[in-house]
Design a protein around this ligand. Structure first.
Ligand code: ATP
Ligand code: MG
Length: 329
């Protein structure tokens, strides 16, 4: 079986975007691949707002519990916390010595997250080096992510190839895996921006743990486009197209069928049904979440996951260090 690796930052409660673009793929791949899924808490440190120890710890456990509530099976997939496996930070440093400043400067995530801030942490800039390390440590063949991570995966590939060319075959060069629809779910308040769990505007996103009334409120307030028709046209009707994409993925109904169904009805009934569909879809996930989060099972799963991940990562790291002449042996 070939390997899959991916991660999500504990920088807030995961959104429908994370779920439809990333997490859904994780669950789908756990049978066909040997999969490693990570709560990338070291990445969360790159923004000062996440550096609240009690909050970071709680969000880390929430995210781990949500992975499980959404269908990850710890028997089939390895679920672990990045900070529990030291090899990530160590290979992260090595990758910082492979990547060029110019490459990091071109990353749009860095530009967006540093824009207008006066105290930008160096870690936010070097983030893609750590992300490359995360992936390369597991000899990963496939990385399921959302569209916004495409640039970082391409950089990971470039770094792996550069290293292999210079020092001999060491890393597996990973491929990206994107959802056909769902790879880029947009914000509810601004369809030109992707939905993000760390967006300061709560109304911009649906969170996986939002209570039903919150979901209804957010959907009813979601911006729509001019005109009344419900039509899938991401360039002319970006907001409605985004809602259609969410509706389609959540209910497993083709977009064309939804368009037919709501023809001539205006936004009101459409939004109302969409809200109910989301509420209904999230209800069992939220129930499983509460159960898992309050059980002791989660600590066992994460301890076991860290041990499995560590065994693989330590081996890869030793290989890299030997290749680089970093070991006295
Ligand atoms: P943050 O705002 O803290 O960066 P985020 O919502 O972007 O949070 P990440 O932890 O950075 O979430 O990303 C986790 C995974 O979710 C990645 O694979 C990313 O590509 C995917 N993802 C994030 N936002 C979306 C979105 N709007 N649509 C589809 N996939 C997304
Ligand atoms: Mg992100």
């Amino acid at each position: 079986k070939s390997r899959v690796f991916s991660g999500i930052q504990p920088s807030g409660v995961i959104t429908l975007g994370n779920y439809l673009g990333a997490l859904n793929q994780f669950v789908a791949l756990q049978d066909s691949h040997e999969s490693f899924y990570c709560v990338v808490n070291l990445h969360a440190l790159t923004l000062p707002q996440n550096q609240d120890p009690a909050m970071l710890r709680a969000r880390t456990l929430d995210l781990a519990a949500l992975y499980l509530a959404c269908g990850l099976d710890p028997k089939r997939a390895t679920l672990f916390i990045q900070g529990d496996v030291p090899a990530h930070a160590e290979l992260g440093w090595i990758m910082q010595c492979v990547v060029h400043m110019g490459e990091l400067s071109r990353m749009t995530q860095y530009k967006e997250k540093s824009d207008g801030k006066d105290a930008v942490l160096a870690g936010l800039f070097t983030y893609p080096a750590l992300m490359a390390a995360d992936i390369l440590l597991y000899d990963t063949a496939l990385v399921p992510v959302g569209d916004d991570q495409k640039q970082h995966i391409e950089l990971t590939r470039d770094l792996a190839l550069r290293f292999n060319n210079r020092f001999g075959d060491t890393f597996v060069v990973p491929d990206i895996l994107l959802m056909k629809e769902g790879a880029r779910i947009m914000s509810l308040d601004d369809p030109t921006k992707k939905m993000s769990k760390s967006n300061p505007v709560p109304g911009s996103r649906i969170e996986m743990l939002d209570p039903p009334d919150e979901i209804r409120k957010k959907i009813s307030r979601a911006v729509t486009d001019s005109g009344r028709e419900i039509r899938y046209d991401p360039s002319e009707k970006a907001a409605v197209s985004n809602l259609l994409a969410i509706f389609s993925l959540i209910t497993n109904t083709p977009i064309a069928q939804l368009v037919d169904q709501y023809e001539g009805q205006g936004y009101g009934p459409f939004k109302k049904d969409l809200a109910e569909a989301i509420v209904e879809h999230l209800e069992p996930i939220q129930e499983r979440f509460s159960h898992i989060r309050s059980s002791d099972e989660i600590t066992e799963i994460l301890t076991e996951g860290a041990a499995r991940a560590d065994a693989v990562a330590t081996k890869t790291l030793a290989r890299v260090k030997a290749t680089l002449g970093l070991s006295h042996r």
